[in-house]
Ligand binder design. Structure first.
Ligand SMILES: Cc1cc2nc3c(=O)[nH]c(=O)nc-3n(C[C@H](O)[C@H](O)[C@H](O)COP(=O)(O)O)c2cc1C
Length: 436
């Protein structure tokens, strides 16, 4: 099937060698008009790591992002070992096992992805909030083939995208991985400035780009403090950020800035580029495809039937998040079990803290305020009912698109990546206006 990518948008070319790719990347990060117009977001746990998913996105000229978040749970056998009935009971051992497997699965996912996609530019997402953040940065930076000097010369990851927190030493860590670019995810120009100040103060590398994520509409964790509308202004944000970039990098350096959150139609892409962003990132749209790691049954049962997407404060990461409310999701675990089942996946887990506090106070309490994110999100990944259903706010509208209906029978269908991309690139597919 021929694939149309309108000429006014930037499509990544196909590369035939590592060198060709790296030369392009050098320009891509410093020249206006070289960054691809569309990328896809990293979605944990393991929703976006299938080799065919990444390859399809690459072949369409977009920039795919894998996920490096709690990958052990992407493997059904390891998930069963950690959360199944005969699981290892000592928390230290469970955590060690999970972290070891996180790296093992990461390297396996990268290897398999590269078998199908040897020279495509591929990013990976990591959350600063995860307990093994440092080890994962190291593992990602060292993934691939190396020369005798220990430099990665192929089959690795090209771009590290870091969200959910502001790692002060990321700029210095990145000095050791010159083959990789890095992009912090932020939701304000001020946060981007902090990242620049940290990097400068620590004599690290300045970020190679920024991903500005809309704090109200994006899927998963959000860059704001409460559930209220944040008042985020994408135009003001890019204007301020361009000035900050000038101050830090100099007058003539172009640093790509990506915009994401609620980008679902061609007009959303065009608008973001008009505002002055270099590219957009799509999350939920990419998740609702045949090739993603989201099981078909979960898409059909929950996503395409969702009444609403709610912002709530329940995530144990202590950040507001957007998700489809799931009444089947039981978050009522006994304090004792929470502590016993923990794999220390999040640095400051509020669920674990609440459970520990209850136990300290001598209460055999049921904790309802939050949930175990590792357990509940990986349930969804493996098609189990009652899991956590992260989603962008845009789902409320896009689920009605003809893209998700069989035109003859009216039945719900899941599109392939290519059909999804063709749909969003076509200017005739307009964002529906909401009335009433
Ligand atoms: C199921 C799901 C999981 C996600 N997981 C992560 C994650 O692990 N790290 C991250 O930085 N962003 C995560 N995101 C955010 C996406 O990468 C993307 O930035 C966002 O969904 C864009 O908004 P959209 O869904 O409206 O397109 C997740 C989003 C969804 C829907």
């Amino acid at each position: 099937m021929s694939f149309l990518f309108p000429p006014e948008l930037i499509k990544l070319p196909e590369f035939h060698s590592e060198q060709e790719k790296r030369e392009y990347m050098q320009k891509m990060f410093t020249r206006k008009g070289w960054y691809p117009s569309i990328g896809t977001g990293g979605m944990g746990i393991d929703f976006v790591n299938k080799p065919e998913y990444i390859a399809e996105i690459t072949h369409a000229g977009l920039l795919p992002t894998m996920s490096a978040v709690i990958l052990a749970l992407g493997n059904p056998e390891y998930r069963e070992k950690l959360f199944g009935p005969r699981e290892q009971r000592i928390i230290r051992n469970r955590t060690r096992f999970a972290r070891q497997k996180n790296i093992e699965v990461l390297l396996d996912r990268i290897k398999k992805m590269r078998e199908l996609n040897p020279y495509g530019i591929v990013a990976i997402n990591l959350m600063h909030a995860v307990g093994d953040y440092k080890e994962m940065v190291e593992a990602i930076g060292n993934a691939g083939e190396k020369n005798e000097k220990g430099e990665v010369i192929g089959n690795g990851i090209d771009i590290l995208v870091v969200g959910a927190g502001m790692p002060r030493d990321l700029g210095t860590d990145m000095l050791r991985f010159p083959h990789m670019k890095y992009i912090p995810i932020v939701s304000s120009a001020k946060a981007a400035k902090f990242m620049l100040l940290f990097a400068k103060k620590n004599k690290g590398r300045l970020p190679d780009g920024f991903y500005i994520e809309h704090p109200d509409t994006a899927g998963g964790h959000l860059g704001k403090r409460n559930v209220e509308d944040s008042g985020f202004d994408p135009v003001q944000t890019i204007t301020e950020l361009r000035q900050i970039i000038k101050d830090f990098y100099g007058e003539n350096v172009h640093v790509p800035v990506i915009y994401g959150g609620g980008v679902s139609y061609r007009e959303d892409i065009d608008r973001a580029l008009e505002w002055g962003y270099d590219s957009v990132n799509i999350g939920t749209r990419a998740l609702l495809t045949k090739e993603s790691g989201m099981p078909d049954d979960i898409i059909l049962t929950y996503y395409l039937n969702a009444d609403k997407v709610e912002t709530n404060l329940k995530s144990p990461a202590g950040l507001p998040s957007n998700a489809i409310p799931n009444p089947e999701m039981s978050a009522m675990d006994r304090a004792k079990d929470i502590v016993k089942d923990c794999i220390s996946c999040i640095k400051t887990c509020q669920y674990l803290d609440a459970a520990k506090e209850a136990l300290k106070a001598g209460k055999e309490k049921v904790i309802t305020e939050s949930y175990c994110i590792a357990d509940k999100l990986s349930m969804t990944r493996h098609g189990l009912k009652g899991g956590l259903l992260f989603s962008g706010k845009g789902l409320e509208i896009i689920k009605n698109d003809i893209l998700y209906r069989n035109q003859k029978t009216g039945e719900a269908v899941i599109p392939h990546i290519r059909q999804m991309i063709e749909f969003i690139l076509n200017p005739e597919n307009k964002r529906p206006t909401i009335t009433g």
